[in-house]
Design a protein around this ligand. Structure first.
Ligand code: TGC
Ligand code: FAD
Length: 401
């Protein structure tokens, strides 16, 4: 862990989340207790160091066992597999707390819980679930999710990664890129085409011959999260590693629903963190003999930020209720992901301005959040792709092609 001296100014203050419409009253006592315990852990183990980690492009992999013990991996999956067994609102609240601190740390959790554990839970055999889920839940094992390829990002159905049936094993060839957690993951859930061109999921383990995970450097965004490639050069994958219960693009897209839902909640946390830091600063910083909070132009930025946060909270809590009832549609999830990430990005930009020059430093969170959100608005479906999903849902006309 990096040194205490890196404690940033924002972490020296107690965090208070805005709740203008008393949305908390709609949460259960259990939800609030979960939020407090996650917040307390983050305040002690992550917030004081996150600026230094991001500045140094350091991913805190040393924390994964503690994150597992806290229930951050697969919170809504069943206790039978070593998971917390919470509802989807609790899952959302946890993502909100984690992303309030940093989108990269939330990425580690989302990938592990929604894109590795969830497909094994949803599409795996009982033997696969028993083998992998408890270790993934505890952080003893980390995973990554390989869908995107160098030439197939928004259009994953065009993927080239493929496997052939060699009798006693499958032979996997191809590559994936932009893969969160890949440089340190123990396993990868990889989506590839069989000889008939049908997409299936395979669990590939580190150490299999021909499987490598080069790191992607030179990022200005998500600097506390490791991103890399997955390269498969005649990798022999045991047949029991194929996920037996899904085929087609609906497999990976079904997991993305779960992860996009988590991002909708997570981006509210980012917006709240920016708003709160800007409100405090504007009340303390004086220009022309007055706190800058007394100027109408700064009040406009704060009032609009709080209005957007409140709208995001209400939209997302309703989506959470639909998730709990099993009624949420993919298109509803797309709308929330798109709206909330975009709003959070605008709030990060506007609140950064309230801080003047101080806003570009690591003493405050806005600039880091803003850079992180440039990835969040791109991954799990770009801003444009989610708009087209809504357009398709409204009109019945597919405008992707
Ligand atoms: P299309 O023909 O519309 O659909 C193909 C099949 O999939 C089904 N389907 C879904 N199933 C479940 N959930 C969804 N959300 C689904 N959306 C579609 C559909 O019913 C169909 O099923 P079937 O059985 O009839 O074949 O597919 P398309 O090729 O036209 O593409 C549609 C499009 C563009 C919306 C989709 O491909 C898409 O979402 N593209 C964006 C790609 C994306 O989101 N990639 C994310 C990579 S993972 C990542 O970014 C992780 S970052 C993690 C982190 O660090 O936090
Ligand atoms: P492209 O698909 O090339 O899109 C480029 C531009 O064209 C975008 O603006 C897009 O909106 C637009 N566009 C594309 N198609 C259309 C269309 N039909 N109509 C209108 N506009 C269109 N992937 C994984 O599989 N696993 C991961 O763990 C993962 N982690 C990531 C982590 C980071 C930090 C980043 C940046 C990406 C990650 N991704 C991951 C990949 C991510 O999902 C893709 O970057 C994303 O889906 C977009 O694909 P692309 O980058 O190839 O952009």
């Amino acid at each position: 862990m990096l040194k205490e001296q890196s404690v940033s100014r924002q972490a020296a203050h107690k965090y208070e989340a805005p709740d203008y419409y008393m949305v908390d009253d709609l949460l259960s006592e259990e939800h609030k207790l979960i939020r407090q315990s996650v917040r307390d852990w983050l305040n002690e183990h992550v917030s004081p160091y996150i600026n230094e980690w991001a500045q140094n492009n350091h991913c805190p992999t040393n924390l994964v066992k503690e994150m597992g013990a806290l229930g951050l991996f697969g919170p809504s999956l069943p206790e039978k597999y070593g998971c917390p067994g919470l509802d989807d609102i609790a899952y959302g609240i946890i993502m909100q707390e984690v992303e309030r601190v940093d989108s990269g740390i939330r990425s580690m959790c989302s990938v592990q819980g929604s894109l590795v554990m969830y497909p094994i839970f949803k599409y795996g055999s009982e033997a696969q679930k028993m083998k992998y889920l408890p270790k993934l839940a505890s952080g003893e094992m980390m995973g990554c999710f390989g869908l995107t390829e160098p030439d197939h990002g928004s259009n994953p159905g065009g993927m080239l990664t493929n496997y052939t049936d060699e009798g006693d094993h499958y032979l996997l060839n191809g590559s994936k890129t932009w893969i969160s957690n890949s440089p340190f993951a123990d396993i990868a859930v990889v989506w590839a085409k069989n000889e008939e061109g049908r997409i299936h999921g395979l669990i590939v383990e580190r150490g299999m011959e021909g499987f490598t995970t080069p790191k992607i450097d030179n990022k200005w965004s998500l600097r506390a999260s490791d991103t890399g490639e997955l390269v498969f050069d005649n990798v022999k994958v045991p047949k029991e590693n194929l996920l037996p219960n899904v085929s087609g693009l609906r497999g990976p897209l079904g997991c993305l629903d779960k992860a996009r839902y988590g991002i909708a909640w997570g981006s509210i946390g980012v917006a709240m963190d920016c708003y709160y830091a800007a409100l405090r600063y504007s009340q303390e910083r004086e220009q022309f003999g007055k706190p800058i909070a007394s100027f109408q132009l700064q009040q406009k930025k704060l009032a609009e930020a709080l209005t957007e946060i409140t709208k995001m909270q209400l939209l997302t809590l309703r989506l959470g209720q639909l998730m709990v009832e099993g009624k949420a549609t993919s298109a509803q999830i797309s709308m929330a992901k798109r709206n909330n990430v975009d709003s959070a990005l605008q709030i990060a930009r506007e609140t950064r301005q309230i801080l003047g020059g101080m806003g570009i430093t690591g003493d405050y969170p806005m600039m880091r959040h803003m850079m992180n959100l440039e990835s969040v608005i791109t991954y799990e479906g770009t801003h444009d792709i989610h708009l087209l999903i809504t357009g398709y849902d409204i009109t019945g006309i597919n405008a992707f092609r």
